[in-house]
Ligand binder design. Structure first.
Ligand SMILES: Cc1ncc(COP(=O)(O)O)c(C=O)c1O
Length: 297
């Protein structure tokens, strides 16, 4: 006898969030292409170049050198150190390996953080438009997404006053991306400083700064909100190799956070994935220690 979906009594967790619209669209695109239809697929953020040769060579060497065993849950120590080198080189930010957790893509990094921070009923402020996964992860964690709308006139960015108006006693996290997917907006240093001035007044609010599009920025120099005094320990930077290094399929992301938040993410990850793919981790060391920044900034 075939059970109906209702009779199977799957977890109610599944009703709390939606499938990623982007992945649904990508699946449809693949199906249409397989039927010979010429589709322009704008669903996934796929770079228009392939993984650079020196990174691929590092991965091949890692296979030959037998980097094939379980990695430490938070990532290889020399990769965590390479991430610190990248933060110093590109963002003038000082982090130690204990601040870094390597994950299976920035998506897992975000999931780890949200589950580490959000309790039932906690509010997570998200400026719209936003990457579709943000709100769904919050709902999975039983949090409440509070969506702040933006306008074209303000280049799809929020002001300090709008942020402050949205903060309540239940606010736990502010979650945004700059450069933003999908709007492409980039917050300037002054705009971030204005937001940082608000966060200084609300010490219970964590800031998740998704910087995965750092290197795909058509507007201005990339700035991180973690560079402002007095809030850095509450900022969690999310970044990864997918976009800047055209490594979407390698699934490698990372965070920089306080040691306490990093430990919490490591604990969750220890049960979910046991850590990120070893070959991708070894290749990421080569990627991150090679300066690929556009020279014009
Ligand atoms: C804003 C944003 N954050 C995070 C991710 C996830 O990236 P990853 O491939 O590292 O999981 C994406 C992917 O499209 C994205 O657009």
């Amino acid at each position: 006898m075939q059970l109906t979906a209702e009779a199977m009594q799957l977890s109610s967790l599944l009703d709390r969030f939606a499938e990623p619209e982007t992945l649904k669209m990508a699946k449809l695109g693949r199906e249409l292409r397989a039927r010979g239809i010429d589709v322009i697929d704008l669903s996934l953020g796929e770079p228009d170049f392939d993984t650079p040769q020196h990174i691929k060579d590092a991965a091949k060497k890692a296979i030959d050198d037998n980097w094939s065993h379980y990695p430490p849950v938070a990532g290889y120590p020399d990769l965590r150190a390479a991430v610190c080198t990248k933060f110093k080189r590109d963002n003038d930010l000082d982090y130690k390996p204990e601040n870094i957790v390597i994950s299976t893509g920035a998506k897992q990094s975000l999931a780890n953080i949200i589950f580490a921070l959000v309790d039932e009923g906690d509010e997570v402020i998200i400026p719209a438009p936003f990457w579709v996964t943000y709100s769904e992860l919050v709902k999975m964690a039983r949090g409440v997404p509070v969506i702040l709308s933006t306008t074209m006139e303000n280049k799809f960015k929020i002001s300090a006053a709008e942020l402050e108006d949205a903060i309540t006693d239940r606010s736990k996290v502010f979650l945004f991306s700059s450069p933003c997917n999908p709007s492409g907006s980039v917050y300037s240093k002054d705009e971030l400083e204005a937001l940082a001035n608000v966060f200084r007044k609300y010490p219970q609010v964590f800031i998740i700064s998704d910087e995965i599009y750092e290197y795909i920025n058509f507007v201005s120099r990339h700035e991180s909100i973690a560079s402002f005094e007095g809030i850095k320990e509450r900022v969690i930077i999310v970044n990864g190799l997918s976009k800047g290094f055209a490594m979407t399929g390698w699934r490698l992301g990372y965070i920089a956070a306080s040691p306490e938040v990093a430990k919490a993410c490591e604990k969750l990850q220890g049960q979910f994935t046991s850590g990120a793919n070893t070959i991708a981790q070894r290749a990421a060391i080569t990627a991150l220690t090679t300066d690929l920044r556009p020279k014009k900034w």
